[in-house]
Structure formats: C-alpha cells, structure tokens
Design a binder for this molecule. Structure first.
Ligand SMILES: [Zn+2]
Length: 472
C-alpha cells in the first residue's frame, strides 16, 4: 500500500526566492498550455472539419521567448517538462474518466508546487544525517533543510519523485509516496475479498463481536456502540478561539480597499488562521481514528453520508432566495468543524494497514430507529436524548444510532443477497429493515416531466461541450 508523507522544509531566503521562481515558471507553462488548448479548440470548432483537430501535446518550447518570458531561461528545463507532462496526463484522464474536467488554470493566490523527478534531486546519507540536494549539477540551490520527523519510509529506498510545495501562507514542504507498489483497484479487491470471506465464514455471534457501528453527529463527533469519542475539551476551546479570531480577521479584510497592499497582508492573516484551525482539527481526527482502529474489532461500519450535499448552502439565487440561510450555514459550519470526512479517510487507511476493513451502509432513519425493538418514529428523538415510544428504551441519541448501524450492518452481512458497491457500501437486494427502501415512482406527472426534461438537457449540454455541435 502506498502512503503519502510530508515534511517541513526550511529554505534560506535566497533558496526560497529561487524555489518560488521555479514554481512560478511551472505554473506559467501549465497556464499557457490551458490557454493554448482553449484557443485551439475555439479555432478548430470554427474552421476545421472532424478528424483534423489538433491534439493536446507536450510541447512547451514555444513559450520560451526572450521578449515575453525571459525568466524561464533560468529555470531547469526538466521542471517545465514535468509541469507540462503532468498537464498532459491530466488531460488524458479527462478523455478516459467521464466525471473529470479538463485541467484548469492555476489561480493567483493558491498554493504553488514543483514536481521533481530523479534527475532533479538527491537524498544523500551523510555523516551529519540525511540531506536533500535540489537541482541539477549546473543549476541547483544546494542542500535544503528538511525536518525528517520520521525514518519509517527509509526501508523502501529513496522515492522516485518528490513534490515541493509552497502553501498559501508561504510555508514550504517536501512530500512523496513510499511503500510497496500495488495494482490498480487493489483496495477495492481487498474489500471484496473480505466481504466474501465474512459472508462465508462468520456466524451471527462472531459478527456481534467483530462489527463496530460508527455514528457521526454534531453533538458528539463520533459515537460507536462501545462509547463516545468526542473532540477533547481543549481542542473545542481552541477551535472556538480561532473561530473568533477568524471572524475578526475577515471583518477587517472586508474593510480594506481592493487591490491594496494592506488587503494583501490581511489576506495572509486570514489564511494563517484557517491553516491553524485545519491543523488543530487534523490532529484531533488522527487521535480519534487511532483510538478507533486500535480496538480489537475488525469490521467498521459508517453511514454513507453525502457530506457534500448536506453542507450545501441554502442561499439560493437572487430571484429565488432560500429559507433559514443563517441556521443552515451554522449547521454546515458545525458539520465541517467536526470533520466527518477526514475521520473516515483516516480510519480507512489505518484499518488497511492493520488488515481490518471499513464498510458503509445507507443512513436512512438510523437516528429515529430504536436499537432495542426497531420501532421507528421521528418522536423518538429529542436533541441528544433518545426515548423509544414503544418499549421505553432510553439512550444517548448518537449511541443508539451507532447500535442501529451495527445491527443493520450485521443483518446485511448475514444475508446472502447483499451486494457490495464499488465505494464500499453494503446494499441488500431483499427488504431487511430500513435503508433499502426503493421509492415508488413519483405520482405527480408534472414533476416527472420536469425531471426527464432537465436530465435530457444536461446530457445534451455535456455532449456539446465536448464536441462541436455539427458532429451531433
Ligand atoms: Zn424500542
């Protein structure tokens, strides 16, 4: 399994200046490629017949001009080549994968980076410790000061390529992948293999021991059927502190004149607070996911939450403004603050390292169902308290939900009709409990019309954007 790793780097001021200029060059050719492609496509759509379209290529020498881009001359050509070849790869993926768009222009103010292949760096093991040499023989910046906080990657040898990044707040880092290489879709295969193994060999009692249901909520970050895993008091306090600071900084930013130097400075301040908050959250997520994964149990089950949809703004458009915008944005903030997605991603790779597995199930009604008797009603839940209307079972709402998730997952795993989707969601084909309810077709004919119509339109638009209209 390949793992990514990131180290802090501390370049000297002169090194930082050179690295920045290299990054600028890499960005320059990337953006030039994007613009060239856009120009060629609009030209081709107007004047060329099908089959004679110019294809995206990896040339970049045309951008080297004494007049317009003299700064490109001082940059090692391999860096520019890597940037263009990455652009090209990204473009090829657009052809292969439907959900992907073309490579986009890199905007001003976003982070910068350079991709260094073997000939551009060397990791030397000297008496003074590990040293990272950057550049070619003729054009280099010497040794870069890197904080090697761990050596566990050393057993796999030196990486083939590294990336040096400069974040929005101007901090440099070195990152690369390490570990035994793996086949395409290996993770998916492993999950499927596990799934078959569980269905074949596990009894209900064994599953009761092995499965952990995990509920992610706003009151408690994570709750399992064993207990609660909230953010630490100190972390919450810190997050609140920086939230306050952020509000202040953003208010200040809004008052600065556009395009002014002071605004630029203030922007940096806002970015710094953002960074700080993200670091605090990241750290806490690692603590929680580690606690979860080091338990004895081997099968973890999440709800398949569409976090992106749930945290969409309810602002609406100017003609059609949304309702409860403020309340929704507050809810969004607390969902994002809890970093549900991060915990899932971290648990997934940590589980894989320990030969454990993570599945997901449909989250419908997990918060309203009673873990004891299965009675489902919206009255069962009142904030953080759960109290069943049928059997009078009382519990913390999130703990109850975790138990329901566990129960449901076991039912799904025991049923031979259950299928595993590519994204690791357990899907029963038969009707067992909630979560696999298939909606009847909509009765309202108007709505149906609207749905098919809008769908058709969307398809057409997509086709158009890919090919000029006269092909269709
Ligand atoms: Zn009940």
């Amino acid at each position: 399994m390949l793992l990514g790793i990131k180290f802090k780097a501390k370049p000297t001021p002169s090194q930082a200046a050179i690295l920045s200029s290299w990054m600028g060059g890499a960005k320059f050719v990337w953006n030039a490629k994007c613009d060239e492609d856009k120009y060629l496509r609009s030209y081709a759509q107007k004047y060329l017949t099908i089959g004679t379209y110019p294809k995206p290529d990896q040339t970049y020498s045309q951008y080297r001009s004494k007049e317009f881009s003299p700064f490109l001359k001082s940059i090692p050509s391999q860096i520019l080549r890597n940037s263009v070849s990455n652009w090209f790869d990204s473009y090829q993926k657009f052809f292969k994968i439907t959900e992907r768009g073309r490579p986009k222009r890199k905007k001003r103010g976003s982070g910068l980076s350079i991709h260094l292949t073997r000939e551009l760096f060397e990791i030397k093991n000297t008496e003074e410790g590990l040293k990272l040499f950057i550049g070619t023989k003729k054009n280099n910046i010497g040794f870069l000061d890197v904080n090697w906080h761990t050596r566990k990657w050393r057993q796999y040898g030196n990486p083939n390529s590294i990336r040096i990044k400069k974040s929005k707040i101007g901090k440099f880092s070195v990152s690369f992948c390490y570990g035994p290489s793996e086949k395409k879709n290996q993770e998916k295969e492993e999950r499927k293999h596990w799934f078959k193994h569980i269905q074949k060999n596990y009894t209900k009692d064994e599953l009761e021991k092995e499965v952990v249901g995990i509920d992610r909520g706003i009151h408690l970050t994570v709750a399992t059927n064993h207990g609660k895993y909230p953010f630490k008091e100190k972390t919450l306090k810190n997050l609140k502190k920086y939230e306050k600071r952020m509000r202040k900084a953003q208010k200040c930013l809004s008052k600065k004149q556009k395009g002014s130097k002071r605004r630029q400075k203030q922007k940096l301040k806002v970015a710094r607070v953002h960074n700080k908050k993200a670091n605090i959250r990241d750290n806490e997520c690692h603590h929680i996911s580690k606690k979860l994964v080091t338990q004895e149990q081997k099968i973890f089950v999440f709800e398949a939450l569409p976090i992106k949809n749930q945290t969409k703004s309810s602002k609406g458009t100017q003609e059609n403004p949304g309702k409860n915008v403020r309340a929704k944005s507050g809810l969004n903030r607390s969902i994002l603050n809890m970093a549900w997605g991060k915990i899932e991603i971290q648990l997934k790779y940590k589980a894989r390292l320990r030969n454990k597995v993570v599945y997901k199930i449909n989250p419908a009604y997990t918060s309203q169902e009673c873990a004891n008797c299965g009675h489902t009603h919206s009255n069962n839940r009142d904030g953080i308290h759960f109290s069943c209307g049928m059997c009078n079972h009382k519990d913390h709402a999130d703990l109850n939900a975790a138990k329901v998730i566990k129960k449901r997952a076991i039912n799904y795993l025991l049923d031979s009709g259950t299928e595993l989707s590519d994204k690791g969601v357990l899907r029963p084909t038969k009707d067992i409990g909630h979560g696999n309810h298939i909606r009847p077709p909509r009765r309202n004919p108007k709505r149906q019309d609207w749905k098919t119509l809008s769908k058709g339109k969307k398809c057409q638009k997509r086709e158009e954007s890919r090919f000029p209209s006269y092909i269709l």
